[in-house]
Design a protein around this ligand. Structure first.
Ligand SMILES: [Zn+2]
Length: 327
């Protein structure tokens, strides 16, 4: 059969039809390729599943797992407070480390001041270097509190009471006068905690006199808890001074591995309860253990903060109730 040539207008229509069919085929192939990369085909009208809610507590992380960046720290090493989160968000667990017994130029003083964390330094008032060490700490951005010597039971580790210790046989006015004098001696402080005090912190009148001065001066009170029946935190609360208790003594044994295990315990408690105070001493062993534990504590999702930050977190309900705007 001899093919009959098509007229021009028929050839143009045929060419146009072929072009349209080719175009449709290319489009279908493209859509199919895209669909192949889509994990799940969503039918129109299918409700979209909500994202999985993050738990209130961060999930447990094993060492070496990917971690988020620690809070910003200026390059010059000056510690800073973590930036507060907006109301309603769960705060990251926080741990405050207080180092006691500053003011005597003991071994570990320089290394302690150099710690690249928001440290809280509890400075004894009558040491030969009390004011200088307090000033140096403040200059480096650490928090400084008064480490108030209070009378111990005779069985309290056999520690000799430093000169000027607050004793239960002092009258209330003398106690108040001494506390004020000591606050002046250490310089601007944001709070106080007790040095020894297994006898005096269990005495309601003596602890009350200390707490009243703290409340008048706008200072917080940390009960070091050198004895179980201390009433210092309780009387501070009734006097109107924000307060908190020491939860973990870090260095009852002067051994690096022991101190590290105590820091691990404190960080674990912070994850369970949110905000924790721990207390150690200015000492080369304690300071070295803290320095080496910083990455592990941060990997646990625990932020190291000053004591005032923990006090603030623990006293929020009290402060809110005291706010006249909320009444
Ligand atoms: Zn002390």
């Amino acid at each position: 059969m001899i093919p009959v040539p098509l007229p021009d207008h028929e050839r143009r229509r045929l060419a146009a039809a072929i072009a349209i069919i080719a175009g449709v085929l290319v489009l279908c192939w493209g859509l199919h390729s895209i669909a192949g990369r889509t994990p799940a085909r969503v039918e129109p009208g299918t409700p979209i599943e909500p994202p999985v809610q993050s738990p209130a507590e961060p999930p447990a992380r094993s060492p070496g797992e990917c971690v988020t960046e620690p809070p910003d720290r200026p390059v010059d090493g000056t510690p800073v407070e973590p930036v507060g989160k907006p109301a309603g968000e769960t705060l990251a667990p926080m741990l405050a480390i207080i180092l006691d017994d500053w003011g005597y130029g003991v071994a570990g003083t320089k290394e302690g001041l150099d710690l690249p964390i928001p440290l809280t330094m509890a400075v004894l008032p009558n040491g030969p270097h009390s004011r200088r060490e307090a000033d140096e700490g403040r200059g480096r951005g650490h928090e400084v509190i008064l480490h108030l010597p209070m009378e111990a039971l005779s069985t309290d580790h056999g520690v000799a009471a430093p000169e000027g210790t607050i004793t239960v046989d002092m009258d209330t006015d003398k106690i108040k006068r001494l506390v004020e004098e000591y606050i002046e001696a250490v310089g601007p402080v944001s709070g106080l905690n007790n040095h020894t005090g297994s006898k005096a912190t269990a005495d309601r009148r003596v602890a009350g006199a200390v707490a009243e001065v703290a409340a008048e001066k706008g200072l917080f009170v940390i009960d070091s808890r050198t004895i179980g029946n201390s009433v210092l935190a309780a009387v501070a609360a009734s006097a109107g001074a924000p307060s908190a208790k020491n939860e973990v003594f870090l260095d009852n044994q002067r051994d690096e591995d022991y101190v590290k295990s105590r820091l691990r315990l404190a960080a674990t408690l912070a994850r369970k309860r949110g905000a924790i105070i721990s207390i150690g001493h200015v000492d080369p062993v304690t300071v070295k253990a803290i320095l080496e534990m910083i990455p592990e504590i941060e990997e646990m999702g625990v932020t190291l903060v000053k004591a005032s930050r923990v006090v603030e977190a623990l006293n929020v309900p009290v402060m809110n109730l005291a706010d006249p705007r909320l009444k």
